[in-house]
Design a protein around this ligand. Structure first.
Ligand code: CA
Ligand code: CA
Length: 311
């Protein structure tokens, strides 16, 4: 106990001797606009929507708990990353750039927001610095820009669906600064090199027994094919490959399943389906495969659909 008291007194005396106590507190302390992570992790923060994720990613004024916001057990968690301090506007102080992620595991999309404090020291939202916009799918990391002006963001053009995804994201470093009332890109490349837009998916389907049938998707193209969609017309069916399939929806026309992992050139993947309901008059089913959102474009559509006997 006495040791601590002596050390404390010695430090105080030393600080006084150096004249530190006479200086204004702001000279040594970080600017209040540099908000420590500890002040953010349980704060109520304005989170902009993540483009392309719709309702999946919570947005608006969210109250965080230990750096996470979870709207419900099945919702995508919103997580706060490590803040970076850089000059994001016209005054000389360094503001706070904060990465905010939505999603689980590898399939996470990150955007960066700018924060400051207003006159009463409350955290204020200044805007989004960079996120899923134009050809950017996510922000991988950020660092202060040269001379602390703006931030250098490592951005990627693709978010892998998981460790098994064979599509590799391309990454670039782009610099963003505040210019008057909006953020602009000041440095780095402005576009990603175009990916190979051509693919050639093919599909075969076989009725195995009773209500079970298999669908095999093959990539006949020269490069890895990203997400694929399998459509089984006219019936309700479920795929049991929980690992490979993102699940199946049942629009009015039949069953739509998404395979979210990239499929390497020459590779095949087989899905086991079980029929849940089939119209009494239906004798055969039509199966079609396509790239999600129609890209990349299939160069040979002749092998993209097939039929199999239902009865
Ligand atoms: Ca500033
Ligand atoms: Ca094809």
């Amino acid at each position: 106990m006495s040791r601590i008291r002596i050390a404390g007194a010695a430090a105080l005396a030393a600080a006084g001797a150096l004249g530190l106590l006479a200086q204004p507190a702001s000279a040594a302390a970080p600017e209040i606009s540099q908000i420590p992570r500890a002040d953010l992790v349980n704060a109520k923060l304005m989170i902009p929507p993540v483009l392309g994720w719709g309702q999946e990613c919570s947005s608006g004024k969210l109250t965080f708990t230990n750096g996470t916001f979870l709207a419900g057990p099945n919702a995508q968690p919103i997580e706060l990353g490590t803040p970076v301090y850089a000059n994001l506007d016209s005054d000389v102080r360094l503001e706070t750039a904060l990465p905010v992620s939505c999603g689980r595991g590898d399939k996470k999309v990150t955007q960066v927001i700018a924060l400051d404090r207003n006159a009463d020291k409350a955290i204020s939202y200044r805007g989004m610095v960079v996120g899923a916009q134009q050809d950017i799918a996510t922000v991988v990391s950020i660092a202060p820009g040269r001379d602390n002006q703006g931030i250098d963001a490592r951005v990627a053009d693709y978010v892998p669906a998981g460790p098994k995804d064979q599509v590799q994201p391309h990454q670039q470093t782009r610099t963003y600064v505040w210019n008057l009332n909006k953020i602009i890109q000041r440095g780095g490349p402005t576009a990603f090199a175009a990916r190979d837009e051509a693919t050639d998916l093919g599909v075969t389907a076989t009725r195995v027994a009773g209500k079970k049938f298999t669908v095999t998707v093959t990539n006949h193209g020269k490069t890895t094919a990203p997400h694929q969609m399998v459509f089984v017309y006219g019936m309700r069916a479920e795929a049991d490959n929980a690992d490979a399939m993102m699940g199946c929806d049942h629009p009015e026309l039949g069953t739509l399943c998404e395979h979210d992992l990239g499929l390497a050139a020459g590779a095949s993947i087989t899905f086991n389906f079980e029929v849940k309901s089939v119209p009494a008059t239906m004798k055969s089913a039509l199966v079609r495969v396509a790239s999600s959102a129609g890209r990349p474009i299939d160069t040979n559509i002749n092998d993209n659909e097939t039929t199999f006997a239902v009865k």
